[in-house]
Design a protein around this ligand. Structure first.
Ligand code: ZN
Length: 191
């Protein structure tokens, strides 16, 4: 199931020119056992992922299948973002320095946000490319125009560029690629 998910994500990466040019597919991937950590949003991303595109469907279905076996994380505390946010959000490091597949070349995370959420301004050293698998969200970034993104769209964030996100009547599921310095860092809420 992990291999099927990884293959579907590799195909998704290969199908998106912006993802391909952002980072090559890692060549050092090595599966390592990690204990599953379940969070409330697993059921939401399985039952209410938002609309995929024809091309993103295989990745969506593979991620939904493996979701209960993944080590879901929050990064943020209830004090920082509120319990409601944590009940409708979660992310997984599929590949990376502490991922299900070890890699020191890139970090690939899966993120899910339910409807009507405000993901506050945050930043991190690594450069980032969001790719939308299903649903839609409004992306905000300092120095950039707000953009509503749907399945197949991408959004680049430069190193330490503050960014934020809003979902309204749709949830959003994204595969997020990191490159450069700070692959092991956690995002931090901007001051
Ligand atoms: Zn980010």
């Amino acid at each position: 199931m992990f291999d099927a998910a990884l293959k579907a994500v590799e195909d998704w990466h290969a199908a998106l020119p912006k993802a391909r040019s952002f980072c090559p597919w890692p060549t050092d991937l090595c599966w390592q056992p990690r204990r599953a950590h379940q969070v409330p949003c697993i059921n939401q991303m399985r039952n209410d992922p938002g609309k995929p595109s024809a091309r993103s469907k295989p990745a969506l279905h593979a991620l939904q299948a493996v979701a209960p076996h993944l080590e879901w994380r929050f990064t943020y505390t209830p004090e920082e973002v509120g319990q409601h946010f944590l009940d409708h959000y979660g992310w997984v490091e599929l590949a990376g320095p502490t991922g299900h597949f070890l890699s020191y070349q890139t970090r690939i995370t899966i993120g899910y946000w339910g409807r009507n959420l405000w993901y506050d301004w945050h930043n991190h050293r690594a450069e980032e490319l969001y790719t939308i698998v299903s649903g839609e969200a409004n992306f905000h970034a300092e120095g950039a125009t707000d953009r509503v993104l749907r399945a197949g769209a991408t959004r680049y964030h430069a190193s330490d560029q503050p960014h934020a996100m809003t979902t309204q009547n749709h949830p959003v599921l994204a595969l997020v690629f990191w490159r450069g310095e700070g692959l092991s860092d956690s995002p931090r809420l901007s001051a």
